[in-house]
Write a protein that binds this ligand. Structure first.
Ligand code: ARG
Length: 585
């Protein structure tokens, strides 16, 4: 099924060509969802934009276009409003027919995109032996949702975890491992090094206080890079330990990722520098090899260098990302490269993309996009910390969300005099707690900072996960009350729409395809959240105003269809945010 928006755009292009000549076929018809229902369902603003070029009044252009539009039975006669807006309104027979079709469509009207692309989503990407912090949590949640949406749209998505598993800090870590856990290198079994963050801090302390330790660490880096087997074993041990800790978080959040860390690109780094030299982009600056950037200057206004090989011969984060761009394009056949990190890395990516473009490694037809996000703030508006001022441990943060969800549930059950099994309660608390954390993050425009508040995210009111889950559960309770299997309503059942709230809900259900298309373009999952929130509100208004189970036929079945489609849309939409629904809560 093509979405109404696509159908309209195609029809306007045709009408433009017929009315004003072939040259006008590619003019953007400027068709958008109407901002206000009183303007209908869609509006086309192209008449205003063509006024100069055609030397005609916008209203006259609009009239000519309207005379040439062939919208068939699907739309009421177009209306021209104001300076020359063309307002388009669905006929109710169209809405009724579409909804009946959606009943039979698992994809709820979202046709797979053609042609599908290979998209690389680089997300989460924590650093070995360091804390996976709330910034990585944001990257994980946002990246996963973007990946899910693109997958559902039909793209071939490669989810990559670009873990920081390489760099000079490993010299220090390996040296400390050898000093503090000498047995680690001789026993065959994996070793529990305890809390790796504490391990990192101790190693750093040794490094800072002891010159000999420092020197040994430097040599350890060289040995590791030279492939020394003992260093390699120590390195693997550290990575393995971190990996286990990261996996606990991924399992809880249902995150699927392929690890391809920085170390993977080692083998290509020397060539990156060599090739930049061959192309003539490489310059020396204070002993370091670098590329001078266009449009990036220092305080004095001189061009800034992007260093790709330090004066000691070592490579860095930028070199690795240059190698990874080549790999993702040449080996993975990536056509869209997406990087989900904090906004603080915007310059890094802009610089790396620029160099890759100038080197000819990033061709025009491949899109490299940094998807930045803001900070996670505490309720005091400052960077999120524990009361004691330490960084928050993700595991504890997720535990607390679940504990609080459980408290809320217990209170609700007591108020309603309901008794439920322990298993039920645990499951509801898990789903609600984790969904709340995910949804709170995703529902914000990611480019801004967001305030982390357990109270807000767990509230049953407002744009929250519990509100959405509740709307879904409400539909399921209708089905239980009526003893009706909503997934099994008669295929030939008709949708009949009369009440304003049911018409509004019905039309809203038709919007999912264009919303997902928009998210695919802007990579803003909060657009999907807003849609689901408004859908729930539309449903609640409908439910307050219209009888469902007590209605007469054919209204009764028609309204059951509306309810079921709402539930299916919520379930699908939430699943694209990485959130699963509850039949009861
Ligand atoms: N490890 C980095 C960090 O913790 C994120 C890596 C993002 N991906 C990339 N290809 N640079 O900030």
């Amino acid at each position: 099924m093509t979405s109404p928006l696509e159908t309209l755009r195609t029809e306007f292009s045709r009408a433009l060509a017929v009315a004003f000549g072939e040259d006008y076929r590619d003019t953007d018809p400027l068709v958008f969802a109407a901002t206000d229902p009183k303007f209908g369902d869609y509006q086309a603003n192209v008449a205003m934009s063509l006024s100069k070029r055609l030397k005609q009044k916008p209203r006259d252009i609009a009239q000519t276009l309207v005379d040439n539009l062939e919208l068939g039975e699907d739309y009421e006669a177009p209306a021209i409003a104001g300076p020359g807006f063309i307002n388009l309104t669905f006929t109710s027979s169209y809405v009724e027919r579409r909804l009946a079709e959606l009943q039979q469509d698992e994809r709820l009207g979202v046709a797979p995109v053609e042609p599908a692309q290979t998209v690389i989503v680089d997300f989460s990407s924590p650093n070995i032996a360091k804390e996976m912090h709330v910034g990585h949590l944001r990257s994980t949640i946002i990246g996963d949702s973007i990946a899910r949406i693109l997958e559902f749209r039909g793209h071939n998505v490669i989810r990559l975890n670009h873990v920081g598993d390489w760099g000079t800090q490993f010299g220090m870590l390996i040296t400390y491992l050898q000093e503090a856990y000498p047995e680690a290198l001789t026993t065959a079994n994996a070793l529990d090094l305890g809390d790796l963050v504490t391990f990192y801090k101790r190693a750093k302390q040794r490094f800072d206080e002891d010159e000999i330790f420092k020197e040994v660490s430097r040599q350890a880096v060289v040995k590791l890079q030279g492939g020394d087997s003992e260093s390699d074993r120590a390195w693997r041990l550290l990575c393995e330990q971190s990996r286990r800790e990261f996996q606990v978080i991924y399992d809880r959040l249902d995150i699927n990722l392929t690890e391809r860390g920085e170390s993977f690109y080692n083998q290509f780094l020397a060539d990156v520098v060599k090739d930049l030299d061959k192309i003539g982009l490489l310059e020396e600056n204070d002993g370091a090899k670098c590329v001078f950037l266009d449009g990036f200057t220092n305080k004095e206004g001189d061009p800034l260098p992007l260093i790709v090989q330090k004066s000691d011969g070592g490579y860095n984060y930028a070199t690795t990302d240059l190698a990874s761009i080549q790999y993702r394009i040449n080996q993975d056949a990536g056509e869209r490269l997406i990087y989900v990190t904090d906004a603080g890395q915007s310059n890094h990516f802009a610089q790396v993309f620029q160099v890759a473009k100038r080197a000819g490694w990033l061709p025009e037809n491949v899109e490299a996009i940094h998807v930045p996000f803001g900070l996670v703030l505490g309720e005091d508006g400052k960077k999120l910390k524990t009361r004691a001022g330490d960084t928050i441990k993700l595991r504890e943060l997720l535990d607390e969300a679940v504990t609080r969800a459980r408290q809320d549930l217990d209170t609700r059950l007591a108020e309603d005099n309901r008794s439920e099994t322990e298993e039920f309660k645990q499951n509801v608390a898990q789903v609600v707690g984790l969904s709340a954390v995910k949804y709170a993050d995703l529902s914000q425009n990611r480019t801004g900072n967001y305030k982390f508040s357990f109270d807000k995210m767990l509230s049953l009111k407002g744009n929250t996960a519990p509100y959405m889950l509740y709307a879904y559960a409400r539909v399921q309770s209708i089905s239980r009350q009526g003893g009706i299997d909503l997934s099994n309503l008669p295929a030939e059942a008709k949708v009949v729409l009369n009440e304003p709230t049911e018409i509004a809900l019905a039309k809203f259900l038709l919007k999912l395809p264009e919303i997902l298309q928009q998210v695919e373009q802007d990579l803003l999952p909060n657009q999907l959240c807003s849609y689901l929130f408004e859908l729930s509100q539309n449903f609640n208004r409908f439910y307050e105003n219209c009888q469902v189970l007590k209605a007469e036929e054919p209204q009764r079945t028609s309204r059951l269809i509306l309810s079921n489609l709402t539930a299916n849309t919520l379930k699908l939409g939430l699943s694209l945010l990485g959130i699963s629904v509850l039949e009861r809560m």
